[in-house]
Design a protein around this ligand. Sequence first.
Ligand code: FES
Length: 140
Amino acid sequence: MSVNGGSGIGRRQALGAAGMAACGVAALAACGGGESTDRQAPGIKGKVIAKTADVPVGGGTVVKQYRIVVTQPSEGVFKAFGAACPHRGCAVSTPKDNVMTCPCHGSEFDAETGAAVKGPATGKLVAYQVKVEGDGIVVV
Ligand code: FES
């Protein structure tokens, strides 16, 4: 009546991939572009960059072709800015309630002045002088 435990001596130390999950999280959020703060895009002077009908009061439109955002902060007043955020260069979004927001880190910009009203960005978007000709908005 002996209980034989049948002890298996051969211990196996199966160290299955112990410290494997040390993936360094690349905290640098993919921000899309470089830090291009393109000033005046060459050859843009005199070009119709948007139609007034596409730019609502308090809102605006992003003209991807030129990387410009056109706003109408108040009735009949049109402004244009380079869409590149001064923080890391992401393109700001279409303005809402006279505020343009950068999707990368949440900076916000005044649609009349282009100035950062919320960080992390500081400074302003590059401003373009525009005028209305007929139903078009033209860079001067
Ligand atoms: Fe960082 Fe715009 S790129 S807030």
